[in-house]
Design a protein around this ligand. Structure first.
Ligand code: IMP
Length: 171
């Protein structure tokens, strides 16, 4: 059940625009490839990449770690790989939310094996109090406390991704 609105669509739009500006400045002199972690980041990814100051290459990767629960299993399975060559490129890995960090740790390792020049992480939301591994999130939209949220791409058992606002969810 939806308990409380945590981030409004309007606030999300502001945060995304600010991140777009910061990342546009960071892209100077780089050869960027933006990689979206499906499915959760897709709403954030399409909004963010439209705020970038120039053309970039986009691609998609899908991993699976959750079933119909609110806890990560700690084991990431590659469901769909990227299709572009990232060797020598500057990767911006776009995630919806960083919780324990286990998913990102695995995806970063997988991408680094293809020899990109750099890998930076962009996350709309972060729950720092939940971190189990030390992953660097280079660009963070908002930090939130430890509560399970849905909407703007985030799901519970595949539901609620299409909500324009982000809500706290209680199973
Ligand atoms: P981590 O591996 O624990 O960092 O979890 C990362 C992934 O878990 C995210 O990409 C989300 O798909 C999912 N996740 C973590 N917290 C939430 C939440 O509050 N709502 C919905 N999905 C979440």
């Amino acid at each position: 059940m939806l308990k409380e609105k945590v981030v409004s669509a309007r606030r999300i739009a502001e945060v995304v625009a600010t991140l777009g500006q910061e990342i546009s400045a960071d892209m100077e002199g780089r050869d960027p490839v933006f990689i979206c972690i499906l499915k959760g980041a897709v709403y954030f990814f399409t909004a963010l990449t439209q705020h970038l100051s120039r053309s970039v290459v986009v691609d998609f990767i899908q991993v699976s770690s959750y079933g119909a629960t609110t806890e990560t299993s700690g084991t990431v399975i590659l469901v769909k790989d990227i299709t572009v060559d990232i060797s020598g490129k500057d990767v911006y890995l776009v995630e919806d939310i960083v919780d324990t960090g286990l998913t990102l740790e695995d995806v970063i390792a997988l991408l680094k094996a293809r020899h990109p020049r750099s890998v930076q992480v962009v996350a709309l939301l972060s729950k720092p109090s939940r971190r189990k591994v030390d992953v660097t999130v280079d660009f963070v939209g908002l930090e939130i406390e430890d509560r399970f949220v849905v909407g703007f791409g985030l799901d519970f058992a595949e539901q609620f991704r299409n909500l324009p606002d982000i809500w706290e969810f209680a199973p």
